[in-house]
Design a protein around this ligand. Structure first.
Ligand SMILES: Cc1cc2nc3c(=O)[nH]c(=O)nc-3n(C[C@H](O)[C@H](O)[C@H](O)COP(=O)(O)O)c2cc1C
Length: 260
């Protein structure tokens, strides 16, 4: 049996509309689940950079939520003064959205991480153990080769010693720049110094291997075959630990610690 052209076109349109409705409703109904998974993944990364979750450790969503709530204290920081800003609720703060909003951000000076705007406020995390702050976790982001890499850096209470680094969102090449997620590489950061005694940002990813932390406190092994991503990591740390990023906040904490 032969169908008319009108029938074939009409049938195709009906099939397209049904499929589009199906895809759209799947997208809408799965959105809360996607958001929950993204939040869980962030919390996992924060716990792992805080040393509260080991590589390969498998905790369920409830265990992650409880561990996070019991040991991590989010705080909003005004980046230009370095002081806490209690007027913003950290639980609903979206730093990427804030950085895009001209009312809540400012233009960054030209920088190799290609960061165009800096939010006025940023979300950091205190790691609490026995009522004491054992670490401060700051968000970091910047260009590698193909993508913006998003991650966290954990600093010890002296605000110089690195306790960990992690990346939770990046699109560098697996096996090359993607090795920023390799636990062996991340382990090489622990004990290195982000700043020298005078508070200048010194940490850098070397081209090739770095020395041991006592001989080369400011160096970390380069990722082989991924010099551009490695340089991106150095650049973003220079930016976020510097004056336009968390520099004022970290230097206030360093001064407070020195005076204590
Ligand atoms: C398919 C492909 C993917 C690559 N992915 C990356 C990458 O993710 N990060 C990176 O720095 N370099 C990557 N490179 C290599 C860069 O183009 C560049 O050659 C390299 O960063 C130089 O590093 P090297 O001096 O250690 O060889 C890639 C190259 C190719 C051909």
């Amino acid at each position: 049996m032969q169908h008319s052209t009108t029938y074939i076109v009409g049938f195709s349109i009906v099939v397209c509309v049904v499929c589009a409705l199906f895809v759209a409703s799947a997208e809408v109904s799965l959105r809360p689940l996607k958001e929950l998974n993204a939040r869980l993944d962030k919390q996992k990364n924060i716990l792992s950079v805080a040393g509260l979750m080991q590589p390969g450790e498998d905790l369920d969503a409830e265990q992650i939520r409880v561990l996070f709530e019991n040991s991590i204290q989010p705080r909003m920081i005004d980046l230009s003064t370095g002081e806490e800003d209690v007027s913003i609720d950290p639980t609903s703060f979206d730093q990427r959205a804030a950085a895009r909003d001209p009312a809540r951000s400012r233009r960054a000076s030209s920088n190799p991480s290609k960061i165009l705007r800096v939010p006025n406020q940023a979300l950091i995390y205190e790691v609490i153990k026995n009522d004491e702050i054992t670490s401060i976790i700051i968000p970091i982001e910047g260009y590698g080769l193909w993508s913006v890499l998003y991650g966290y850096l954990a600093l010890a209470p002296d605000m110089r010693t690195i306790l960990g680094i992690t990346y939770y969102d990046q699109k560098e090449t697996a096996g090359l720049g993607g090795e920023v997620e390799n636990p062996n590489w991340k382990a090489k950061w622990v004990g290195r110094k982000a700043f020298d005694e005078r508070g200048r940002v010194k940490i850098a990813v070397r081209k090739g291997p770095a020395g041991p932390p006592d001989k080369d406190p400011y160096g970390v092994d380069g990722l082989s075959g991924a010099t551009i991503t490695s340089r991106g990591v150095t650049n973003m740390l220079q930016f976020w630990l510097g004056g336009e990023g968390f520099g004022p906040y970290l230097s206030r904490l360093r001064d407070a610690n020195a005076g204590a």
